[in-house]
Design a protein around this ligand. Structure first.
Ligand SMILES: Cc1ncc(C[n+]2csc(CCOP(=O)(O)OP(=O)(O)O)c2C)c(N)n1
Ligand SMILES: CC(=O)[C@@H](O)[C@H](O)COP(=O)(O)O
Ligand SMILES: [Mg+2]
Length: 635
């Protein structure tokens, strides 16, 4: 039986613009079911997408997309948009190798006007588009759709600050839609959230409802009703929201699941000049009871049966590196009262739920504010506390200047627990932790450690914590080889790697979890394998010793080749006057797409087979070297 007959007639937004309001409501019903069924088969972001079904339909119904520009913030809520813009049949390939992305991509569809995945960029981008249209004399609308979580970031406010005043006397014709579901991934934090909650509650919301009733008594036609309701509510009860202070015309809050409210309000705003702001209230997980009840669990689930929901696996899986970090954090916090933990809105993803429960005074969720997280940590460190900033490698990119200027320059003892280092899989290039080695090892005072397994992760964290300067520990998404983690607080000798296998001819220097495939290759080729542990300070004595005693060096890392650990080894050899040939293996100088992490590693030649092949190709099976030149390319 066809469960989505109306949806199947929609191959582009123009198709839905022909539907009546009643049909659009039916479409919303089918679309929500389609999203649920589809995500249950592929995994992906669910709660946010269930919450944006009506908003997506309304936006495409009112605006002339793709001529008008919709810019989705983060973009994890764009599955309804993808389905309505010609990608319904490709949803089965979502986030898989060769399939469509889980985020908007300009190269995927003309309806995806701006690539996103890191949050809080939408207002800036939409403002750019709006002003470009005005400068070029084009008549088009630009709409930014941003969540209440993403709205907390500095970047969003930088953009509001810019957009709210006319440029050269001309106001920006743009619309910001605030999709307020009172949730980030975790419950939202901060003063803005409290402010939005106040807008929604008490005197204000009651007055808005009264306004609605009085308009209803006169029973005008539906479109007029909604328009008058919106005008009425705005005029009567909102003397000046913060958004109006920024120069926007604020409207709302309105029910983001009610097409009868959304469509006329959007039509009204579409025809207004200058910066417009629409506050829409939605429910994360809307329409799927389990997700409504637990939007955190359904924020980004794997595959599941919609009838049963998420079920715990019968046998507990191997602990992830994130869990190892979370356990270490609690243990170290119990041992050292100076420890404080900081997360920029990633409590669950960074493994800090238990720490939050047990040490609420020492837990800081600062919102989606990576720059602030880093400098806030610096401030805490100035006063003798020991901050641990738990942050995904990709999101530390946001706090780079803060890391250099506020932490490293002052040599403050901040620990960076860099989760999701290396390829992350389904989220793809936007989330890959590909650059941290390159961008950290060039900063004076900063050290960088790369544990090879779960047990080493705990040791590396302790080693980092005991230093008096900034240290980052990088570890990947998911589980490693499953090495049992020893309790206690073992430490590494500072700056020392270890030789794990003595062989001949070739020495493989492994940085991080690729030690294990390197060991397999070592066995097969009878090569020496070193677990380097420290990217910075590099164990230059070990590097030199291995270079002197082997015909060739191979470096292996799950990070970008330019500027990476392999490059550090080559620099060390050059400084020591050694010309031992080096084959550096790592992530090539290109963005790696989404897909299964193991498949991706194989694709870039960083599984055991790929490493072996590259070594044989470069140095041949026996015994002489083919080409005594240094290379930093992934062959
Ligand atoms: C710069 C950055 N930091 C963190 C994240 C991780 N992240 C993705 S979605 C999200 C919550 C966003 O909340 P909101 O904007 O309210 O959207 P909702 O999930 O509620 O739909 C976070 C923290 C990110 N994508 N980008
Ligand atoms: C959209 C976003 O940034 C997060 O939801 C991210 O997808 C989470 O990634 P993890 O699943 O690795 O925590
Ligand atoms: Mg939200």
């Amino acid at each position: 039986m066809n469960a989505h007959p109306l949806l199947e007639t929609i191959n582009a937004p123009a198709d839905l613009r022909r539907l009546s309001r009643a049909e659009l409501k039916l479409l919303a019903h089918e679309l929500r079911d389609f999203v649920l069924q589809s995500v249950s088969r592929t995994g992906g972001h669910l709660s946010s997408n269930l919450g944006t079904v009506e908003l997506t339909i309304a936006l495409h119904a009112v605006f002339d997309t793709p001529h008008d520009r919709l810019v989705w913030d983060v973009g994890h809520q764009t599955y309804p948009h993808k389905i309505l813009t010609g990608r319904r049949e490709r949803m089965g390939s979502l986030r898989q190798l060769g399939g469509i992305s889980g985020f908007p991509r300009r190269d995927e569809s003309e309806y995806d006007t701006f690539g996103t995945a890191h949050s809080s960029t939408s207002i800036s981008a939409a403002l750019g588009m709006a002003l470009a249209a005005q400068l070029k004399g084009e008549n088009r609308h630009a709409v930014a759709i941003i969540g209440d979580g993403a709205m907390t970031a500095g970047m969003a406010f930088e953009a509001l600050n810019n957009a709210g005043v006319p440029h050269a006397g001309i106001p920006a014709n743009m619309l910001v839609v605030l999709n307020d579901n009172d949730m980030s991934i975790s419950p939202p934090v901060g003063a803005l959230n409290k402010y939005l909650a106040r807008l929604m509650s008490g005197k204000f919301y009651a007055a808005a409802r009264e306004g609605a009733k009085s308009v209803l008594k006169n029973a005008p036609p539906l479109l007029e009703l909604a328009r008058r309701l919106e005008e009425h509510a705005k005029g009567m009860v909102i003397p000046g929201t913060i958004f109006e202070e920024f120069g926007f015309n604020y409207v709302g809050p309105i029910d983001g699941h009610d097409l009868d409210a959304l469509i006329p309000t959007l039509e009204n705003l579409r025809d207004k000049k200058g910066p417009q702001f629409l506050h829409v209230v939605t429910k994360k997980g809307y329409g799927y009871k389990l997700a409504e009840a637990d939007p955190i669990a359904y924020h980004g689930p794997g595959k599941f049966d919609p009838a049963l929901g998420l079920v715990k696996p019968a046998t507990p899986p191997k602990p992830t590196f994130t869990q190892v970090f979370g356990q270490w954090l609690c243990d170290m916090a119990a041992a050292d009262p100076r420890l404080v933990g900081i997360t920029p809105a990633m409590r669950e993803g960074s493994g800090m739920v238990e720490f939050h429960q047990r040490f609420p005074q020492r837990y800081f969720d600062v919102g989606i504010a990576e720059q602030h997280a880093v400098t806030f940590g610096a401030g805490l460190a100035c006063e003798g506390l020991k901050p641990v900033v738990a942050i995904y490698s990709t999101f530390l990119q946001r706090g780079y200047d803060q890391l250099i200027h506020d932490v490293a320059l002052q040599n403050l003892p901040v620990v960076f627990a860099l989760d999701r280092a290396g390829l992350v899989g389904a989220d793809g290039a936007t989330h890959a932790g590909a650059y941290d080695i390159a961008f950290l090892r060039c900063i004076p005072n900063v050290s960088l450690l790369a544990p090879a397994d779960e047990d080493e992760c705990r040791t590396a964290l302790t080693t980092a914590f005991r230093q008096q300067h900034p240290v980052a520990v990088r570890y990947p998404r998911g589980a490693g080889v499953g090495k049992p983690v020893q309790p206690g607080f073992a430490e590494w000798p500072w700056g020392k790697g270890e030789v794990r296998r003595r062989g001949q001819r070739i020495a493989i220097l492994a940085f991080g979890t690729l030690l294990y495939p390197a060991l397999e290759v070592g066995e097969r080729l009878d090569a020496t394998v070193a677990n380097m542990r420290f990217i910075k300070p590099l164990d230059t004595a070990l590097v030199a010793e291995l270079a002197r005693t082997h015909d060739a060096i191979v470096t292996v890392e799950e990070g970008c080749l330019p500027g990476g650990a392999g490059a550090a080894v080559m620099e060390a050899l050059q400084a020591a006057g050694l010309d031992t040939p080096v084959l550096a293996l790592g992530l090539p100088d290109e963005f790696i797409e989404h897909g299964d992490p193991a498949k991706l590693l194989a694709l870039v030649g960083l599984d055991a087979a790929g490493i072996e092949q590259a070594v044989l190709k470069r140095f041949g099976p026996k015994p002489a070297l083919v080409a005594p030149v240094q290379a930093a390319v992934n062959e």
